[in-house]
Write a protein that binds this ligand. Structure first.
Ligand SMILES: Cc1cc2nc3c(=O)[nH]c(=O)nc-3n(C[C@H](O)[C@H](O)[C@H](O)COP(=O)(O)OP(=O)(O)OC[C@H]3O[C@@H](n4cnc5c(N)ncnc54)[C@H](O)[C@@H]3O)c2cc1C
Length: 298
C-alpha cells in the first residue's frame, strides 16, 4: 500500500486547493481498507475530492484516499463496485452493457463512496435510486456490516454516511435493461447540457457550492442576488452559473470561504433565505476560516 507522509493534497482535489496532510494512505484491497479503518478510525476518508474544500493550512492528521480501490463487476443487471470506482467510468461501462440508471454520473468526477455519501444526483436521477445493498465499515463497532437501501438514510444530498460512523467499502446496485444506443444517447444529452451549466475542470471547482433550498434553486437565487459579478483576485463566481466558484489559479481556502460568505450574505439580504453549503470544508481551519465557516454553517 502506498503511504505518503507530509502529503500535499492540493493536486488531488478538483479545487486544486489544500495544504499538507500528516499521513495519506492509499489502500489497494478491501482488506487493507478495513484494516486501516480499524487502526485509524479518526482518519478522514476521501474519494475523488470533488465535493470538498480542503484547508490551505493543511491537516495534522490522517487521510485515507480510496483512489486505488477500483474493482467493479457487472453480473446480469447487478453492478458491484468498490468505493473508489469513478462514476463516469461506471456510467460508460454500464451503458455499453445496456444497463440504464447511471447516465447521470457521466458529468461529474465523484467516486462511488463519495457519491453514496452525498447521495449524488443530476438530471432527475440519484445514486440512491438503484442501490440494493452497501457494505460498510462500522467504526464504532470495528466491524464490517451490510445495509440495504432503506437503512441508508438517503435524502437530498444526504445519507447515513455523512455522520461519519460508517464508511462505504463497496456497494451493489441493480440497474434496468435498455438498449446501449438509447442509453448512450441520453449520456450524450447529459454531457451536452452540462457544457452550458457547469465549468469544466480546466477551471478548478467543486460543483455546486450551496444546496438548493426546498422548492427553489440556489443558482436562481444567487443569480438574482447579483453574485455573478463577484470577482476576487484569486477566485470568482463562474460567469455562466451563479452557484459555482472557480479557482483562478492560486486561490486559498480562505479565498473560497470569503466568496461563499459574500454569496450567502447577498441571498440572505435579498430573500431572507440562508443557503446551506453543499461543499464540505475539511482540515485544520485557521481562526479566520473558522469564523467564515461558522457564518455558513449556522
Ligand atoms: C464539475 C463538477 C460537477 C458536479 N456536479 C455534480 C452533480 O451534478 N450532482 C452532484 O450530486 N454532485 C456534483 N458534483 C459534486 C461531487 O462530484 C459529488 O458530490 C460527488 O458525489 C463527490 O464524490 P467524491 O468521491 O469526489 O467525494 P469527496 O469529495 O472525496 O468526499 C465527499 C464526502 O464523501 C465522503 N466520502 C468519500 N468516500 C467515502 C466512503 N468510501 N465512505 C464514506 N464516506 C465517503 C467524504 O468523507 C466527504 O464527506 C460536481 C462536482 C464537480 C467538480
Amino acid at each position: 500500500m502506498i503511504v505518503k507522509e507530509n502529503f500535499e493534497i492540493k493536486n488531488l482535489t478538483t479545487y486544486k486547493i489544500g495544504g499538507n496532510v500528516k499521513t495519506a494512505y492509499f489502500p489497494e484491497t478491501q482488506s487493507e481498507f478495513s484494516e486501516l479503518l480499524r487502526e485509524h478510525p479518526d482518519a478522514i476518508v476521501l474519494g475523488s475530492c470533488s465535493n470538498i474544500l480542503f484547508s490551505s493550512n493543511g491537516y495534522d492528521g490522517e487521510v485515507i484516499l480510496t483512489t486505488e480501490l477500483k474493482q467493479f463487476e457487472l453480473r446480469g443487471t447487478h453492478v458491484f463496485a468498490a468505493a473508489g470506482v469513478k462514476g463516469p467510468l461506471l456510467s460508460q461501462k454500464t451503458a455499453e452493457a445496456g444497463l440504464s440508471g447511471f447516465e447521470f454520473m457521466i458529468g461529474f468526477p465523484g467516486s462511488i463512496g463519495g457519491d453514496v455519501c452525498m447521495n449524488a444526483g443530476a438530471h432527475g436521477q440519484n445514486i440512491s435510486d438503484n442501490l440494493v445493498r452497501a457494505c460498510l465499515f462500522d467504526k464504532e463497532a470495528g466491524e464490517v456490516v451490510y445495509k440495504i437501501k432503506d437503512e441508508m438514510g438517503f435524502s437530498y444530498r444526504n445519507s447515513l454516511l455523512k455522520a461519519g460512523r460508517y464508511v462505504l467499502l463497496h456497494a451493489e446496485f441493480e440497474l434496468k435493461k435498455g438498449t446501449p444506443e438509447e442509453i448512450k444517447a441520453l449520456i450524450e444529452r447529459n454531457l451536452e447540457f452540462r457544457k452550458t451549466v457547469q465549468p469544466s475542470l480546466a477551471h478548478p471547482n467543486a460543483g455546486s457550492v450551496f444546496k438548493n433550498p426546498e422548492n427553489d434553486s440556489a443558482g436562481r437565487l444567487l443569480d438574482k442576488a447579483g453574485v455573478k459579478s463577484f470577482d476576487l483576485p484569486r477566485a470568482k463566481v463562474w460567469e455562466n452559473h451563479a452557484n459555482f466558484i472557480v479557482n483562478k489559479g492560486d486561490a486559498t481556502s480562505e479565498d473560497i470561504l470569503t466568496l461563499m460568505v459574500m454569496m450567502y450574505n447577498a441571498v440572505k439580504k435579498q430573500y431572507t433565505i440562508e443557503l446551506k453549503p453543499e461543499i464540505i470544508f475539511l482540515g485544520d481551519k485557521t481562526e479566520k476560516e473558522e469564523e467564515l465557516w461558522n457564518i455558513l454553517s449556522h
